[in-house]
Design a protein around this ligand. Sequence first.
Ligand code: GLN
Length: 485
Amino acid sequence: MTIHELHQKLVNKELSALELTKAVIAHKEAVEGQVHAYLSDSHEQALAVAEAVDAKIAKGEAIAPLAGIPGAVKDNICIKGQPATCASKMLENFIPPYNASVIEALQGQDFISLGKVNMDEFAMGGSTENSALAKTTNPWNADYVPGGSSGGSAAAVSSGSAIWALGSDTGGSIRQPSSYCGVVGLKPTYGNVSRYGLIAFASSLDQIGPVARDVTDAALVLNAITGHDDHDSTSIPGQRPDYTKALVNDVKGMTIGVPKEYFGDGLHEDVRKAMEEAIETYRSLGAAIKEVSLPTTKYALSAYYIIALAEASSNLARYDGVSYGLRVPADNLVEMSTKTRTIGFGPEVQRRILLGTYVLSAGYYDAYYLKAMKARRLIKEEFDRAFEDVDVLLAPVAPNTAFKFGEKINDPLSMYLEDICTVPVNLAGIPAISIPAGFASNGMPIGMQLMGKPMGEEAILQAAYTFEQARPECNKVAPTGEVQL
Ligand code: GLN
């Protein structure tokens, strides 16, 4: 069930928001023993909002598109009075005293959250295995990771324990788990959605966005969270369009670029085949297909893992045992802070702080950080040039489908390499959507990525929507995902 279908049922009084919320909670309780998408619950608040929505419907008042439809929120987005752990021991007991701006916006639209969902610690990772608090499994097959870092968001939507979710994407963390779990994920243009209240990983790359069952729902969630925010100095000013207007089933006259660097040697054959079929689908629907070259793509992964880690080392300096979060007692301040940070942060977070501090240190700054920033500029300019000739770019979301638990966790470099197709988008600040594009021979979902120019969400939504209409067999519900109403 999608947001748009359920909204109709609520408005037509075929179903009440309370019945819907209870049904999704019951389903969630049935599947969570296997999936473990959630870190905390807010069922009581959810049921109270559902009743308020039903009261509005009974009075004949209009309700917002998301009103009364249960969602889930990644545990790095602050909801006042509810835990925001970032899946870290450091913040295990942290209760934010304020709402993220996206939550403020959603609460104004009678938003229902069933709880906070799992992630890689501080959003660092691509499998959710770096969570210090829970092990989330892939709803298609529990031997496989759900992807990450928004693995809880994608697994919750895929397993039907939320109808939609919020994730965050710094280098692919909305798109990659969405592709591994067979759902839709949208990373908006940097600055389109406010970051206020999103616990920072790498501030120049982080962006909140929707995880949803289909493209229409992704547009509806984006509509609900987009907009300028004075609390975020990098928020883009001005009005936003109604993104549902872009849901037009037509790609005639559209030029779709295929960047050849995304189809290199490491690409799994099943993923390559699915991308080729998708290109053929677009061609048959009347789109012009154009091969393009983005040669600086080869620098993107290195640049990302320097810039993101540099920013993380600075952002995470605040967890010193003094202001908030964990404090491990010791005899003096330095020892207290050291103990707090070695016990509070997991191994991947510590590795990243060390690397990030290193690339910023005197003597290495120019060789690493400054060079990475120059590469970033070149990557951005190359995208700008490509978008002079094409409307959207089509590429895989990841070189492989979901992998098994333990396969990459002890080899950080092989885990980082899975980010090769997603990080250029964050470096350039452009929007990209991940949509289901078929299944690998082992039954795991394959995701296709459509990238757009800055604030070009409408073009990627239109191309994604058209594909979804033409190839409905690509978007199936996971074995555990069917909610009984
Ligand atoms: N997998 C990438 C990383 O580990 C992306 C993470 C993200 O987008 N939050 O940095």
